[in-house]
Design a protein around this ligand. Structure first.
Ligand code: FMN
Length: 342
């Protein structure tokens, strides 16, 4: 209700400025303990990858890249929060402007390019957080790391964040880091997953904590590519898969001026494409690896559709920009009502 009133003001501002203004505002309210007054979503517990989620609605990666807002965001009622993408070294990302709202389509185009403060900074934030819930950490590679050496970047960050994370996401699907998506294919994928499984085993040996490994894939894959990826995930016993990241396609937004901006498209126009990937993956994985849905969840119906297509959990990003902070609880209430009626 309140968000509906202030949204037009935010939407007057440059998208990236508006994002940080809103997050800093939330942090301010959190420091005053006011965000704790936000009512929580209903309980919708589920166990996925051995982790107990209070509800299936998560915050997708990229919203809080550096872990600066974890406690404030947790007060919105998420069942889990994913921070990152983080890279070993801090990097600026692409030149601005690099974030665009396509309001009539409830969509966003971004070409941020993994702007982040680096893994050491994130670790400091993780040390200081109070949030006790499920926290995923999403890892990427630095732009200047050659693709053949990408595994070293993921392993470096894995070792540092492992003690603080509930699960680790291997992001190999951002369209804004040159060649990153090549890691989704062939030997590059197999080798990367094998190295990370070894890290996971070593971490388990030393800590006795089993840290699930999740792979985040693109929606822009052929049926054959998806099949090979699914085989690799099964072969390496990966614990979860996030389907999907943003798309390069502009099919449903061609008429909008911002559609010509390079980058990944998210929000409503991504929904159907992303759900199709979930449906196919669900068949290929035969229920052996849980799927976390991300892509175009801007309504309870969209979330429900993802769960019906085979997802166990959902993550939101663009929907939160368009619907506002109170929407997490609304979504929870609607999912609960539907789960009772079905
Ligand atoms: C501005 C912006 C930044 C993002 N940054 C990341 C990121 O750093 N890492 C990542 O894995 N996904 C990132 N994403 C993708 C989201 O996590 C999500 O997968 C995608 O936006 C689809 O969900 P949505 O349609 O609900 O937005 C970003 C998305 C947006 C809009």
């Amino acid at each position: 209700m309140c968000y509906r009133l202030i949204r037009p003001l935010f939407f007057q501002l440059d998208s990236e400025r508006a994002h940080y203004l809103a997050l800093n505002g939330l942090n301010f309210l959190s420091a005053l303990r006011l965000t704790r007054l936000i009512p929580s979503p209903p309980s919708l517990p589920r166990t996925v990858m051995g982790l107990h989620f209070p509800n299936p609605i998560g915050l997708a990666a990229g919203f809080d890249k550096n872990g600066d807002y974890i406690d404030a965001l947790s007060d919105l009622g998420f069942g889990f929060i994913e921070v990152g993408t983080i890279t070993p070294k801090a990097q600026e990302g692409n030149p601005r402007p690099r974030l665009f709202r396509l309001a009539p389509a409830e969509a966003i185009i971004n070409r941020l390019g993994f702007n982040n403060k680096g893994v050491d900074y994130l670790v400091e934030r993780l040390r200081k957080k109070h949030f006790q819930g499920i926290l995923g950490v999403n890892l990427g590679k630095n732009r200047d790391t050659p693709i053949e050496n990408a595994a070293e970047d993921y392993i470096h960050s894995f070792r540092l964040v492992a003690p603080y994370a509930s699960y680790i996401t291997i992001n190999i699907s951002s369209p804004n880091t040159p060649a990153l998506r090549n890691l989704q294919h062939g030997d590059l994928l197999r080798d990367l997953l094998r190295f990370l499984k070894k890290e996971q085993a070593q971490f388990f040996e030393s800590s006795k904590k089993y840290l699930p490994l999740v792979v985040k894939i693109a929606p822009d894959l052929t049926a054959e590519e998806l099949k090979v990826i699914a085989e690799s995930l099964l072969f390496e016993k990966i614990d979860g898969v996030i389907a999907t990241n943003t798309t390069l396609s502009r099919d449903d937004v061609k008429d909008l001026a911002e559609a010509k901006e390079p980058g990944g498209l998210s929000g409503k126009p991504l929904c159907a494409l992303s759900t199709e990937v979930i449906r196919k993956l669900h068949q290929l994985l035969q229920g052996q690896i849980p799927i976390i849905a991300s892509g175009g969840i801007v309504s309870a119906e969209a979330a429900q559709e993802k769960l019906r297509a085979g997802a166990s959990l959902v993550q939101v990003y663009s929907g939160l920009i368009y619907q506002g902070p109170g929407w997490v609880r609304q979504l929870g209430l609607q999912l609960k009502a539907n789960s009772v009626s079905t």
